[in-house]
Ligand binder design. Structure first.
Ligand code: KG4
Ligand code: ZN
Length: 345
């Protein structure tokens, strides 16, 4: 069975073909980052319009690389939510129109389920059950995963998501958008002793997070610094030191909560998913903890950490394998910009 995946929930248009026999056949991605950069964040209207421009050329590229024709697709899976309403509508309408044209069923996929299952695309996939840390631009959640569709929320952020904290802090340091990779890179030049920033909820005993205070702490440091320097710009070294303080704090909290989740569930496997899962400092901290405490940690391939079509095609294929009736020929689609993972059927 061949599944076409269409992702368009935010600022990446992703298409992919997944074959349940042969695995991932091809995938293509267009990132709108350069377009949104000058606005310092994603502009939803521009995102929607760009998805319209990219979807069909990416589809052709994906089919070409797989050596397939449109008619060889068995099911079209698309991101139904959560995400930007207009952006989601583009992907949904492209997916449903294609499916209608070739008389195939469609299947709406939850974006976070896509992220959650992406580590299973790797060569050495983790067996169920496992604890998953989902860290993206919009979400920070710890979950117990017992199988496809069997997700139990253990804890989540009470305010900002981890990726949001990365992006907002990077913006305060003038590092552009999205700031996660930039602040992470700059932190490698920073002095770990220069700034000790707060580690919110580190000792809260539960598995929830809070990152807005950390972002405010970065803002306070930047402001105090500017005042003491009589408004002179921060030097590169100052920025690197602040970046280091920020990264150390957020990585400490994320890894400590993962350890607590493993302890509470008694599970020995940890899976990291979502854009922040690409972060090298987080990976180093978790790898070190795994070596010391005898649990295994799994990551998606770097290219499948951030948004992509492969994870949607793959999640669609797994859902269909679990329930061949999951897809339908109802092309009167609707999208779900806000859609808790706990509500998926
Ligand atoms: O999963 P994703 O592509 O989109 C959402 O579904 O939100 O995640 C994007 C987020 C952004 O906040 C971005 O700054 C962050 O992931 N990110 C990183 C890194 N790469 C991407 N954060 C820290 N370090 C990175 N290397
Ligand atoms: Zn995402």
């Amino acid at each position: 069975m061949i599944v076409l995946g269409v992702e368009s929930s935010c600022d990446e248009t992703g298409l992919a073909l997944y074959d349940t026999q042969r695995g991932l056949l091809s995938h293509a991605l267009y990132s709108q980052v350069a377009m949104h950069e000058e606005y310092g964040g994603v502009v939803p209207e521009l995102a929607s319009r760009d998805h319209i421009r990219r979807a069909i050329p990416l589809l052709k590229q994906t089919l070409g690389e797989a050596g397939l024709s449109l008619e060889q697709i068995d099911t079209v899976a698309y991101t139904q939510g959560p995400g930007l309403a207009g952006a989601l509508l583009v992907g949904a309408s492209v997916a449903c129109s294609l499916a209608l044209a070739i008389d195939r069923p469609v299947l709406g996929i939850h974006h976070l389920e896509g992220h959650l299952l992406a580590p299973l695309l790797a060569d050495n996939p983790p067996p169920f059950p496992f604890v998953a840390l989902l860290v993206s631009g919009g979400h920070t959640q710890l979950m117990r995963v017992d199988g496809v569709g069997r997700y139990q929320l253990l804890g989540e952020t009470l305010d900002d998501a981890a990726g949001e904290a990365f992006d907002k802090s990077a913006k305060l340091l003038g590092l552009g958008y999205p700031g996660g990779p930039a602040i992470s890179l700059l932190a490698t030049e920073g002095d770990p002793q220069a700034y000790k920033l707060p580690r919110p909820m580190l000792h809260s005993k539960d598995l929830n997070f809070s990152f807005s205070g950390l972002k405010t702490a970065v803002l306070t440091v930047v402001k105090n610094h500017a005042a003491s320097l009589a408004q002179q710009a921060l030097s590169r070294q100052d920025k690197a030191d602040i970046a280091r303080g920020f990264v150390d704090a957020i990585v400490d909290v994320l890894s400590a909560k993962c350890m607590t989740a493993l302890k509470q569930t008694g599970l020995k496997r940890l899976v990291i998913a979502g854009g922040v899962g690409a972060n090298s400092q987080l990976r180093a901290a978790l790898n070190a903890a795994a070596a010391k405490r005898r649990f295994q940690v799994f990551y998606p391939e770097l290219q499948f950490c951030t948004d992509n079509g492969a994870m949607i095609a793959f999640a669609g294929a797994l859902r269909l394998q679990a329930n061949p009736q999951a897809a339908s020929r109802d092309y009167a689609f609707n999208v779900r910009p806000r859609w808790p993972l706990s509500e998926i059927g």
